[in-house]
Design a binder for this molecule. Structure first.
Ligand code: ATP
Ligand code: MG
Length: 500
């Protein structure tokens, strides 16, 4: 008695087809799963045995071998339960082979035969659709799978019994419908931030061009407040980014209720975050924060408090927009196109900028604190701004501009970029590479003259030169100007504050 069904293994967000072969032979009694499975796969035996028993099917006292092929590909996770159970049912004659032919199957089983949700259903559905196959997945993950394609066949049963009833035609399952998460009507609004007009302007430029931003200021000046309100002025993700971002979250098991969120992701990991948490890794090569915020914002509050090695690991992904994870047994790459927003106090005590204040530790308080940030990391930050403490007069002022007004300007600036960069791999000004900058930025001679003069007067790296041009381009986009003029460059140069 033999059978064969298809499931998948994950390599990053790519789904690799895996065949589940079952053979039942006479001989010594046993139930073995072979094919480089991890502990969850080994434990699958007990769940499958119990779930089948719950459907009134007991395993025969024979030698049962389950092979997961290709045998040299490591298999991790609990989603092999359902394909193994269905393959066993076919081998035992309890299910016709046609019921599972042409289907990619994944799902975990409860001891009572429930089909429990698993991570990675969206990439599995995208993979199955690419292979021209249907998908059988847990009911809770159906809405997520439905995003892969409008016309692929998807069966999302809640239990083995529900699946058997569907196959027998007793109770047909409907195709699940895709669902999106509604935006939060109580989201924080930029109008709540009083004063800090120049910082708000920098946040708007950062949002419009996807630029990295560092805010330096004393405690309580509104840095965290501003960062938290950045998502309220960001446009929704485009379809391709939405799918990529959702696939990453799906693999990480972080797609709540299978609902996709159109809003750009915003992640603010704590400064105690480890390298694996931020960049990705762990035994199964999970995506890290930088991939979970693909297409959105990574906010690092209290930047110098992060471990210097963790911060330096951000340098490569900031440049390549990908997270490479290489461990002894896993080697995967996840997309990581994110915008870095960082905030910090000027020194450890936070009072370095107070007029008339002299710290007991002297200049060391500031120097030691700032030395935790490496030059190359700071060189990747397009906009650096200094914030001052808000004055009581500012705090009593009427609410400022609402997020919706700023969001409309950001959207217009992004549309201009999309139009200009239609034939470029970059989607935002911040993503422009060296040669694309000179070809697409369209700066006039006065604008170039100003940057060149500044570059000659002070030290400016090649990256700094390009960065200024890109920020100036975004400022021109916000102003609705086709060319980058001197005034735009002048403002861009104003966001090049050195620390200190
Ligand atoms: N510009 C502002 N307008 C209105 N309220 C403000 C402003 N700045 C700060 N506040 C008030 O102060 C609180 C602290 O602000 P926030 O957490 O943003 O400061 P911070 O700059 O991040 O400080 P820290 O360096 O200590 O993290 C806010 O919750 C808010 O109540
Ligand atoms: Mg803060």
């Amino acid at each position: 008695m033999q059978s064969r069904v298809t499931t998948i293994a994950f390599r990053g967000i790519d789904a690799v087809p895996v065949a589940v072969e079952v053979q039942i032979l006479s001989g010594s009694v046993g139930f073995m799963i072979v094919g480089l499975g991890d502990k969850a796969v080994a434990e699958s035996r007990e769940r499958v045995r119990a779930a089948l028993a719950a459907c009134g099917l007991s395993l025969p006292p024979r030698r049962i071998t389950v092979n997961l092929a290709p045998a040299d590909l490591p298999k991790a996770g609990s989603h092999y339960d359902l394909p193994i159970a269905l393959a066993l049912m076919v081998a035992l004659g309890a299910l016709p082979q046609e019921a599972v032919d042409g289907c990619v199957i994944l799902g975990e089983l409860g001891l009572d035969g429930r089909i429990v949700g698993v991570a990675g259903v969206l990439p599995a559905a995208v993979g199955a659709n690419g292979l021209g196959q249907a998908l059988i997945c847990p009911a809770v993950d159906g809405p997520e799978a439905a995003w892969a394609s409008g016309d692929m066949a998807i069966l999302a049963p809640a239990s083995l019994t529900a699946f058997l009833n569907h196959v027998a035609g007793r109770q047909t399952l409907a195709r699940p419908a895709p669902s999106t998460r509604l935006s939060d009507p109580f989201a924080a609004d930029l109008a709540e931030v009083k004063g800090q007009e120049s910082a708000k302007r920098a946040v708007e430029i950062a949002a419009a061009g996807g630029h990295n931003l560092l805010m330096v200021g004393p405690p309580g000046s509104g840095k965290s407040m501003l960062a938290e309100r950045l998502p309220s002025i960001l446009p929704e993700m485009d379809a391709a980014t939405l799918l990529e971002s959702a696939m990453i979250r799906s693999v990480a098991g972080a797609l709540e209720g299978g609902r996709l969120d159109l809003a750009a992701p915003y992640r603010a990991p704590h400064h105690s975050a480890s390298m694996a948490a931020l960049i990705g890794g762990g035994p199964r090569g999970r995506p890290g924060e930088i991939s979970l915020c693909h297409g959105g914002v990574l906010f690092l509050d209290e930047l110098p408090e992060f471990a210097p090695t963790v911060l330096d690991a951000l340098r490569e992904p900031l440049e390549t927009r990908q997270a490479h994870i290489a461990r002894a047994n896993v080697r995967v790459t996840y997309p990581a196109r994110f915008q870095l927003i960082a905030a910090m106090n000027p020194c450890r005590c936070g009072r370095a900028d107070d007029p008339g204040h002299t710290c007991k530790r002297g200049a060391a308080c500031r120097d030691d604190y700032q030395a935790r940030l490496s030059g190359p990391l700071l060189d990747r930050i397009d906009l650096t701004i200094r914030l001052n403490a808000v004055s009581p007069a500012d705090l009593r002022a009427a609410p400022a501009e609402k997020s919706a007004t700023v969001a409309a300007r950001v959207r217009t600036a992004r549309e201009r970029q999309a139009h200009r960069l239609a034939n470029e791999p970059a989607r935002l000004n911040a993503e422009l590479g060296g040669s694309a900058i000179s070809e697409t930025v369209d700066a006039d001679s006065d604008a170039y003259a100003l940057i060149e003069r500044t570059a000659e007067a002070g030290r400016m790296t090649a990256r700094g030169f390009h960065r200024t041009l890109k920020v100036a381009r975004t400022i021109a986009d916000l102003a609705g100007s086709a060319a980058v003029r001197r005034i735009h460059v002048a403002e861009a140069l104003g966001y090049r504050h050195a620390l200190g």
